[in-house]
Design a protein around this ligand. Structure first.
Ligand code: BGC
Ligand code: NOJ
Length: 814
């Protein structure tokens, strides 16, 4: 069953009923000001950091689900009947409802009693505000008098404190009203220099800022007293819970429409310019007023909206494909790229599954996000890489997370996730290949943000490699530390304390557990760094990293091989994990993917064997599960992975992030059919028909799909913020379609299904459009290249002549 459809031409997903299996959300904002919005206008907004600068309040885990957001109530004066323009929070049975999630905007349309409301929400480019652009139309043959009530609930900035520290919080709220704009200025009197504003383009007949006055005692947002009575109370919040609500009176003749704009925004003043007049407690509005004025005018809104659309066109046109598969086209051309932008911006911080409080920017997560994003905006990728490197420690280790506002490593979570530093090499390599900008390697970057410790980014990359080499275990394999890519494989923790964090609890055992996954990642990273060194003319380094990669490959082929597949790890006692000798957890997906990607076992058949084992034992109709057999009981020796019921999350769920690694590995071995079949199993668009089971949005990847050990096999959770986005984008564009940046030019080495007759791709690379036509002539993957009518040896299109506007490439697949 479906709950909507893809409008490919308009670049939108259209939801046709409001009660989707879960809220289906979208993200607004591309830099600084961000908003999460659901298909019924739920969600919240923040400036830069979802924890430290939360603008509006949202209640996770609330019932009914998803009831707080950006609401507009419509009340008919004559009858007193009222409803919401976006279904929630009144949940009135509407005569018509659609939600169109587009690129950086969401439009929700409703019709009730022949009154139509269409609201478009978006964040103008480079602004720290969001627009609610409402058009209300009277489709009756009589005129109608309506009252509108807007609604937003303010957050007291620090979302954690806001939800926990009530003995203080209920005393600090402050607002100001000036020229009918509602200003939220809690703590502005003391150390904060920022405030929020909520403005309306129409004359207002009243307002409310105290939640209790707006709602009335014991009432919810579905039945606020003020709306029911049709009269705002003009309340001024002091303490308690500040909200913003305007009342607007409207009279609409038959067939007539009215457009009304609401603005919710964020602004800052310099500390010494906070007050006007100086010495008073009033916000100095000199800076913000012109902004508000500008965006309350509809012509400026139209222009900003068009600019937003154009900028998305620009990002997306860097890579456009036309293949025989509709799902592939739609994901690559639009939704997967879009999700990559969102994961780049949010890391794993704020979604409907991530509260915005717990996790900032993950070190490994953000490095991987760069892989799927770098072609769209290389400059921002560059900045991110340098920010990440600044949280690396002197010994090469890294903080596992950092807060986006402070850009400082998160002490509470700390480091010792021994895979983290290696990902920095992969993101940097991707940036270098895409941009050719080697100057980044000479950038001076501190360790742990400490001034005076700066060294070049290149040296940071070297420290990443040294970190692994300095942390090796008894089998000459890398020590796992707290965990490797799988945060839930905690081999040195042995936690028996209820509630203790598996990731930060003290390391209890010897600390000698080793990871074959890190070994594979090391080989991949050392090979990349060797290539970087070569390009950077550090030939000795290049040799050294090449040897290091070879040595580690050999170790993996020895101590890391279980006979039929790659082992997962050695535990703290030196016992194998992910081996046929284990009762549960015999075969894990991660080392099979990463080791083959690193080129281990390609020559002696081990790679193929490992992938065959994955195919036989881990592939299901809903994707490839993480391991088998699932753990049926909690095992302190393994940690969090065994804490989940079988089939969920890392305990044998389809942990989607790992699936593209297998697709890439299959492509490396030339198995296009298998690679593409795996791609389709978890492809959101290909799962649209089973939305009732899948439950999450059909336009973006989810972190996990319940595995075959779970009763609801096929049900997805944790949509949006997952490394799955970047990796699937890489798998399909660079390995299956096979178009990948290299230092020497764009390589074209497709490994596509046998029954495809070819595809085309337009790829802007190093400023030049490459128009690539792939034509299948034989059944294999061998490539014959013609560039601008000249035959070219090998599979790499030489770096383009910058004076050219475009390069025409013909690829015959033999
Ligand atoms: C989750 C993991 C996550 C880890 C670190 C665990 O509780 O299950 O998916 O990576 O926390 O935040
Ligand atoms: C989610 C985390 O964000 C990511 O870093 C980790 O690799 C996976 N969970 C697997 O545990």
């Amino acid at each position: 069953m479906k709950f909507g459809y893809f409008d490919d031409a308009l670049h939108e997903y259209v939801i046709t009923q409001p009660d989707t299996p879960l809220p289906w959300i979208n993200y607004l904002g591309t830099q600084d000001y961000y908003a999460i919005i659901s298909n019924t206008a739920g969600g919240y907004s923040f400036y830069q950091d979802a924890r430290l600068r939360r603008i509006s309040r949202y209640r996770y885990n609330n019932i009914p689900t998803d009831t707080n957001g950006r609401y507009i109530y419509i009340r008919e004066k004559k009858t007193g009947e009222f409803w919401s323009a976006t279904w929630q929070p009144t949940r009135t049975e509407l005569d018509k409802y659609t939600c169109r999630h587009g690129l950086g905007y969401t439009t929700i349309q409703s019709k009730f009693l022949d009154i139509e409301a269409v609201t478009t929400y978006f964040v103008p480019k480079d602004e720290t505000l969001e627009v609610w652009d409402l058009t209300i139309t009277n489709h009756r043959d009589k005129s109608v008098s309506l009252s509108l009530f807007s609604f937003i609930e303010f957050n007291l900035w620090d979302a954690m404190d806001d939800a926990t520290n009530f003995q203080r919080n209920l005393n600090i709220a402050e607002v100001e009203i000036e020229d009918q704009v509602i200003y939220h200025k809690t703590e502005y009197r003391e150390r904060r220099n920022h405030f929020a504003f909520f403005a309306c383009s129409e004359p207002v007949s009243g307002f409310d800022t105290q939640r209790s006055k707006f709602l009335g005692p014991y009432r919810g947002l579905d039945r606020p007293l003020v709306v029911e009575q049709g009269k705002a109370s003009n309340s001024i919040a002091l303490g308690w819970s500040p909200v913003g609500s305007h009342q607007v009176e409207l009279k609409l003749a038959p067939g007539k429409s009215k457009r009304i704009i609401f603005l919710l925004g964020y602004s800052e003043n310099r500390q010494d310019e906070k007050f006007d007049p100086p010495g008073s407690q009033n916000i100095n509005k000199a800076k913000v007023k012109p902004v508000i004025e500008k965006y309350l005018q509809s012509k400026n809104i139209d222009q900003a909206f068009n600019e937003l659309k154009d900028s998305w066109q620009e990002f997306l046109q860097v890579c456009q494909v036309n293949t025989p598969d509709e799902d592939t086209n739609r994901m690559v051309n639009l939704w997967n790229a879009y999700q990559c932008m969102v994961t780049f911006n949010m890391s794993r911080s704020a979604s409907y599954f991530e509260s915005g409080i717990g996790r900032g920017m993950g070190f490994r997560d953000s490095n991987q996000d760069v892989l799927g994003f770098v072609h769209m905006l290389p400059d921002r990728a560059r900045e991110r890489i340098l920010d990440l490197a600044s949280t690396q420690m002197e010994d090469g280790g890294a903080y596992h997370q950092y807060q986006p506002l402070t850009k400082r490593g998160n002490d509470a979570v700390g480091g010792d996730f021994n895979d983290d530093p290696l990902w920095l090499i992969l993101s940097t390599a991707a940036y270098l290949k895409e941009s050719g900008d080697f100057s980044i390697l000479n950038e001076m970057v501190p360790f742990d943000n400490q001034p005076g410790t700066e060294s070049t980014l290149y040296e940071h990359l070297q420290r990443s490699i040294e970190y692994t080499l300095n942390n090796m275990g008894p089998h000459d394999l890398p020590l796992i530390g707290r965990a490797d890519w799988n945060d839930c494989l905690n081999l040195n923790i042995f936690s028996t304390q209820p509630g203790e964090s598996f990731q930060t609890a003290p390391l209890k055992e010897s600390g000698t557990a080793e990871s074959i996954f890190i070994a594979g990642l090391f080989v991949l990273a050392a090979k990349e760094l060797s290539q970087i060194a070569e390009q950077f003319r550090r030939f000795e380094d290049a040799q050294q990293y090449k040897f290091a990669a070879e040595r580690m490959s050999n170790t993996v082929l020895g101590a890391g091989w279980d006979g039929e597949w790659f082992l997962r790890a050695y535990d703290a006692y030196g016992e194998p994990v992910g081996s046929q000798v284990n009762k549960e957890g015999q075969l894990f997906i991660e080392p099979q993917g990463i080791c083959v990607m690193a080129g281990i076992g390609l020559d002696d058949g081990k790679a193929q064997k490992a992938l065959d084992a994955v195919n036989e034992r881990l592939a299901t109709t809903h994707g490839i599960i993480l391991h088998q057999p699932a753990f049926t009981s909690y095992q302190p020796r393994l940690g969090e992975i065994s804490s989940y019921p079988p089939g969920y999350k890392e305990n044998a769920g389809v942990f989607c992030h790992t699936n593209p690694w297998i697709m890439i590995a299959e492509a490396i071995l030339g198995n296009g059919d298998r690679a593409f079949n795996y791609y389709k199993l978890i492809c959101p668009s290909a799962r649209e028909e089973i939305s009732e089971l899948h439950k999450c949005e059909p336009y973006v990847y989810a972190q996990m799909i319940a595995g075959k050990d779970a009763p609801n096999h096929g049900e997805a959770k944790n949509s949006w913020l997952t490394g799955t986005a970047a990796w699937n984008y890489v798998a399909i564009t660079q390995w299956i379609l096979g178009v990948r940046p290299t230092y020497d030019g764009l390589e074209v080495a497709p490994v596509i299904p046998k029954d495809w007759d070819g595809f085309t791709m337009e790829r802007i690379f190093r400023g030049v459009k490459h128009v690539i036509h792939v034509v299948r002539e034989g059944e294999g993957n061998q490539v014959e290249l013609t560039v601008d009518d000249e035959p070219v040896e090998g599979s790499i299109i030489p770096l383009p002549d910058l004076s050219k506007e475009k390069v025409e490439v013909l690829v015959r697949l033999l």
